[in-house]
Write a protein that binds this ligand. Structure first.
Ligand SMILES: Cc1ncc(COP(=O)(O)O)c(C=O)c1O
Length: 394
C-alpha cells in the first residue's frame, strides 16, 4: 500500500462527493432548457451556487463556475486587464510575484507578449514573504497606471501565506482591482471573500475533495470582466458554455464538508505536520524547513535538502511507496529548479533540492512514521546522485 502525502497536487474524492457526482451525472437535462428536465438540473445548479457561496462567504451571484483553477486564473487576469484597458488605456501595469503558480504567471506573460501589459514583479524574501512595504511605495508613485494586482493567498509549494487584506487595502487607495489565486488556500485556512476586499478569487474543486475539471471564479458584484469564451452567454455572460451541474453539485458538497471540518482538521494536521518536521530533523541533517520566518499553511511541510535533487528524492521515496512532490504537479516531468525558490532568491542548488509534503483528510500518524522510516535511505541515495543539473554534487 502506498502512502499519499501530496494533497496539494490533488486530493482524494470524498466518498459522499463521489455519490453525489454520480447521481447528478445520471440526471438528464441541460440547465438552460425550459422544459421540466432542464429546469430540475437548473435548480440543482443554482442550489450548488448558493451552497458554494456559503463556503466562500460571498453572494451567490458572485460565483462563476469554470473548468478549474487554471481557467479561473486566466479569466480573472485577462478579463480584468482588458476591462481596465477599455476604461483607461493608460493602465498597463500588472503587478504579481515570481512565486505565483504558472496558471497566473503564464497568462500575465502572455499579455506582455501579445498585448500591451507591463509586468512588475513584487520582490519576495528568502522565506517567501511578498514585500508589501515595497508594494506600498511602488503604488504611491505608479498607482494610477496599474490595471490589476494578482497575488496568491497561499503558495502551493512552500505553503507561505500572504496578507491579502493588506494588499486590497493598499490597492483600494488607487481603485486597483485585486485578484487572488486562492486555490491552495481555500479549505485549509480561512478565506472569506466578503472580508477580503478582493475583486476576484480563484478556487478549484479537486484541492478540497471534489472532482478534477471543476472550479470557480468568485467575482465581486462591483467588478466587470471581459469574457474569454463567447457563446451562449451563461454565467452572467462571463463564461459561455453549457453549465456543468454535476460538477458544480460535487464541488459545492466537497467545499461545504471541507469548511465544516476546517477548524478541527487545522489542529489535527498542524500537529501531524509539526511532528513530521521534528522527526525529519532527527533523521537527517541536510533538510532545511522552508519559510521559517513566514506564516505557513498547517498541512504543508516544504524542505530544501542540501546536496540532493528533489527529483532523486521523489523517485527514491516512491520506490518505497511514499508519494510526495518536489513542487507544483503541473511542472512534474519538467526537470528543473523550482521557479518559486528561484523567485525567493535561493541558489540553483537549493531550488533543485525541494521536497513538499502535504497532508489531508486521510493522513495519519502511520503515514508520518512510514515517511520518516523511508527518508534516510532516500537521502543517502539522493546525496550519492548529487545535483547533476547544476554540476553541484556537494
Ligand atoms: C495555486 C494553484 N493555482 C492554480 C492551480 C491550477 O488549478 P487546476 O488544476 O484546477 O487547473 C493549482 C493546481 O495545482 C494551484 O495549486
Amino acid at each position: 500500500m502506498s502512502v499519499y502525502l501530496d494533497y496539494a497536487a490533488t486530493s482524494p474524492l470524498r466518498p459522499e462527493v463521489l455519490d453525489c457526482y454520480v447521481e447528478y451525472l445520471k440526471t438528464l437535462g441541460n440547465p438552460s432548457s425550459v422544459h421540466t428536465a432542464g429546469q430540475l438540473v437548473r435548480r440543482a445548479l443554482e442550489e450548488a451556487r448558493e451552497e458554494l457561496a456559503k463556503s466562500v462567504d460571498c453572494n451567490r451571484n458572485e460565483v462563476i463556475f469554470t473548468s478549474g483553477g487554471t481557467e479561473s486564473n486566466n479569466l480573472a487576469i485577462k478579463g480584468l486587464f482588458w476591462q481596465q484597458r477599455t476604461l483607461d488605456p493608460a493602465k498597463k501595469i500588472i503587478i504579481s510575484a515570481g512565486t505565483e503558480h504558472h496558471a497566473v504567471i503564464d497568462p500575465i506573460e502572455w499579455l506582455e507578449k501579445h498585448d500591451a501589459a507591463d509586468i512588475v514583479w513584487v520582490p519576495v524574501d528568502y522565506d517567501g514573504n511578498v514585500d508589501l512595504n515595497w508594494l506600498e511605495v511602488f503604488l504611491s508613485s505608479k498607482g494610477s497606471e496599474v490595471a490589476l494586482i494578482s497575488l496568491m493567498w497561499a503558495n502551493n509549494e512552500t505553503g507561505v501565506i500572504t496578507d491579502i487584506k493588506k494588499v486590497t487595502e493598499l490597492a483600494d487607495k488607487y481603485s486597483i482591482p485585486v485578484h487572488s489565486d486562492a486555490i491552495a488556500a481555500f479549505g485549509h485556512i480561512e478565506t472569506s471573500f466578503k472580508d477580503s476586499g478582493l475583486a476576484a478569487m480563484s478556487i478549484s474543486a479537486h484541492k478540497v475533495g471534489g472532482p478534477i475539471g471543476v472550479g470557480a471564479l468568485i467575482v465581486s458584484r462591483a467588478t466587470k470582466l471581459v469574457s474569454l469564451v463567447h457563446g451562449g452567454g451563461q454565467e452572467r455572460g462571463m463564461r459561455s458554455g453549457t453549465m456543468n451541474a454535476p460538477g458544480a453539485k460535487a464541488f459545492a458538497l466537497a467545499a461545504t464538508n471541507t469548511i465544516a471540518e476546517l477548524k478541527a482538521e487545522t489542529q489535527r494536521l498542524q500537529e501531524l505536520r509539526d511532528k513530521l518536521v521534528e522527526e525529519v530533523s532527527k533523521v537527517t541533517a541536510v533538510a532545511k524547513l522552508t519559510g521559517q520566518k513566514a506564516p505557513r499553511m498547517p498541512h504543508n511541510a516544504h524542505f530544501v535538502f542540501e546536496g540532493c535533487s528533489g527529483d532523486s528524492l521523489l523517485f527514491l521515496l516512491d520506490q518505497q511507496g511514499i508519494e510526495v512532490s518536489t513542487g507544483s504537479a503541473c511542472q512534474a516531468g519538467v526537470n528543473g529548479p523550482s521557479h518559486v525558490l528561484v523567485a525567493m532568491g535561493r541558489s540553483a542548488a537549493e531550488a533543485y533540492g525541494c521536497l513538499r509534503v502535504t497532508l489531508g483528510t486521510d493522513s495519519s500518524e502511520e503515514d508520518i512514521t512510514a515517511f520518516i522510516s523511508a527518508l534516510p535511505k532516500a537521502v543517502e541515495g539522493a546525496l550519492k546522485a548529487g545535483i547533476p543539473q547544476t554540476g553541484d554534487s556537494k
